[in-house]
Design a binder for this molecule. Structure first.
Ligand SMILES: Cc1cc2nc3c(=O)[nH]c(=O)nc-3n(C[C@H](O)[C@H](O)[C@H](O)COP(=O)(O)OP(=O)(O)OC[C@H]3O[C@@H](n4cnc5c(N)ncnc54)[C@H](O)[C@@H]3O)c2cc1C
Length: 312
């Protein structure tokens, strides 16, 4: 079998998700990575089990968005005839995958957390309480994969790079992107890419200062529970969980978060989980490697002081 993945870029740099997709795709066959961009971007693909990179240098992808991206990927599919196509489970990725499934008359599975050698996908549903295994039975197995679901194989890659020109159809040009605004970013790492994530919940009572101070001292990202984002205390883009982002950092610190199943669905694969909660019965302690029963407004400042003292 041959597999195609769509390479992911963040701020012009190839993201870890690309190697994650390649790792899963390599179980099913030889991997070709598609870069919707120029050959300089393609040249960044230096890790992961990737045999070939195809750069589709098409400025229309910026102008016409997902519709032009569908045309570009459809051209690659026509050339490569893959059996499997893996795309990251972002909002863009899922819309692209859905449109491609219609275009190629293929089955689609979204939000997979694993893909087996025979392209059987694993999904966690009902907040992670139920595992579903399913397989596409018609056309190409188009699967979107949640970031951070697998340890990426980062062995150096020396793929053969080629370019493909693909015209954007007149239909895809009907809706044009007239302006875009980059999200305002602080100095913190991207939530889904961060090695350390410190999250705050309803227990912060809206004051994320100790959570942010602690995260900054550790060079980590700040996340939040849905209770905190629904209350307007933190942006929805920082929500961790079933309806938010999936994170799998080396260290996850949950502060004032009870550990509802929907929150756990987005962080339970973290390597080390630390929970700070004043309720010793809070369910978050069931998944925590280390727990502190206490008030986060007392525990976090002390922990921050300890880290400052070690750094000085
Ligand atoms: C379909 C669906 C999807 C959902 N998706 C998500 C999702 O993606 N992400 C998500 O997070 N939730 C999600 N939820 C909501 C989820 O069920 C919980 O309601 C939510 O996670 C609770 O957030 P919390 O832990 O911050 O608040 P709470 O459950 O209210 O817990 C607050 C915790 O803080 C502790 N606390 C209070 N004060 C302090 C203090 N000073 N110091 C230390 N500890 C303190 C309390 O003991 C308590 O354990 C979803 C729910 C549904 C139905």
């Amino acid at each position: 079998m041959s597999a195609v993945i769509l390479a992911e870029f963040s701020d012009g740099k190839v993201s870890k998700t690309t190697a994650e997709l390649a790792t899963l795709a390599a179980r099913t066959g030889d991997v070709t990575a598609v870069v919707l961009g120029n050959s300089q971007m393609a040249a960044q693909i230096l890790a992961g089990p990737i045999k070939k990179v195809i750069a589709v240098d098409n400025a229309d992808v910026l102008a016409y968005g997902v519709a032009a991206a569908v045309d570009a990927l459809a051209a690659v599919i026509a050339q490569e005839s893959p059996k499997v196509l893996l795309i990251a489970s972002s909002a863009f990725g899922k819309e692209l995958a859905g449109r491609l499934a219609v275009r190629t008359n293929s089955g689609l599975i979204t939000d997979a957390v694993d893909v087996a050698a025979d392209a059987t996908a694993t999904q966690l549903v009902f907040g992670g309480s139920t595992t579903v295994h399913s397989k596409v039975s018609h056309g190409i197995s188009i699967i979107t994969v949640r970031p951070n679901s697998v340890d990426p194989d980062l062995t150096p890659a020396t793929p053969e790079v080629s370019t493909l020109t693909s015209p954007t159809s007149a239909t895809s040009q009907l809706a044009k992107i007239t302006s875009t605004q980059a999200p305002v970013k602080g100095g913190r790492p991207e939530l889904t890419e961060a090695q350390i994530v410190v999250s705050g919940g309803r227990g912060t009572n809206g004051d994320f200062t100790p959570v942010e101070t602690f995260a900054d001292l550790l060079g980590g990202a700040v996340g939040a529970s849905r209770a905190a984002t629904d209350a307007g205390w933190y942006p929805h883009s920082m929500q961790v969980g079933q309806t938010g982002k999936t994170v799998s950092p080396q260290l996850y610190v949950a502060c004032g978060i009870s550990g509802a199943i929907q929150h756990r669905a987005g962080m339970q694969t973290s390597k080390v989980i630390v929970a700070i909660n004043k309720d010793p019965e809070a369910p978050i302690f069931e998944v925590a490697d280390f727990g502190v029963v206490g008030d986060l407004f007392a525990v976090l400042p002390q922990a921050s002081e300890g880290i400052k003292a070690r750094k000085s």
